[in-house]
Design a protein around this ligand. Sequence first.
Ligand code: SF4
Ligand code: SF4
Length: 325
Amino acid sequence: MGILIIMPEKKNEFEQQIFNTTHQPLRCLDLRTIQINLGLLCNQTCEHCHVDASPKRTEQMSWTTMQTILAVTEKLSPVFIDITGGAPELHPHLEKFLRSLIKQHQQVQLRTNLTILLEPKFKAYPKLYKELGVELVASLPCYLEEEVRLQRGKGVFEKSIEALQLLNKVGYGTTPKLPLTLVFNPLEPVLPPEQKALENDYRTYLAEHYNIQFTKLITLTNMPLGRFLDVLKEKKPHYMGLLKESFNPETLPSLMCRHQINIGWDGTLYDCDFNLAAGLPVTTMVLRHITQFDPSVLSTRKIATADHCYGCTAGHGSSCGGALV
Ligand code: SF4
Ligand code: SF4
């Protein structure tokens, strides 16, 4: 009879770094947040988009998958729901989905790119978000026109300003019940500056020049994924070197993958939206789809990692909720 030899699993560089630091693999700690990616269709084609979304993409979540998610969230209730895309507003069932989540008394946050809110078909959304108490997170990678144009395209800054003024009028960013979070990410392949200091700069500039208010600013590190990889080109080794040498072990307890699960547009389960972009599903081999959702397994799962994870642990850390330390 032959002898079965089980070889130790080979760790990637990030896993090895985690193991050297904590003497254990990176694991999920709880399922505080359910992040849902409704699809890759977007009205914009930003240079730094990690999911490669654009008007040409056709991938969108089916209503059947949305219903399966609703059955899961009902059991987990209450949970924090974070809706992303693409542009979530372009999903034909967004309103129905939001109403169902709110009926379950979930706390819902949605990531809007702002410009979509000015298109005639979607002008009613700010009032719908207000009616349902949906919290908004909006990308504005700088308070200066030139920087935003270079990263997000011509005319995006002007439209974003108009959309923010419109949201302020509805009550977003001006009343505590309707939070409006702005998102900064650097144009260049560098780490973001200190979050609070940048928030103060944004607050002063936007108020003085455009009479805009917002609740808070979060900073995100650009991930070496999707279209940002094309932007990096020959600068990729330098950028990866920067992320690796800026590894900060204090970020580890708060890494977003340790407190959430991400559901892709086709129902596949990921640790985060970056792993979705990298095509790296959860490690629980047989439970990788929303139809097989098992909270007891998923809440303690080992996290799937790769080189891009260094983007979350560099400097002050980064997540869809901003800096970590
Ligand atoms: S970054 Fe956001 S707004 Fe820009 S293309 Fe990607 S999903 Fe669309
Ligand atoms: S990219 Fe960040 S959030 Fe995602 S698995 Fe890696 S460390 Fe966790």
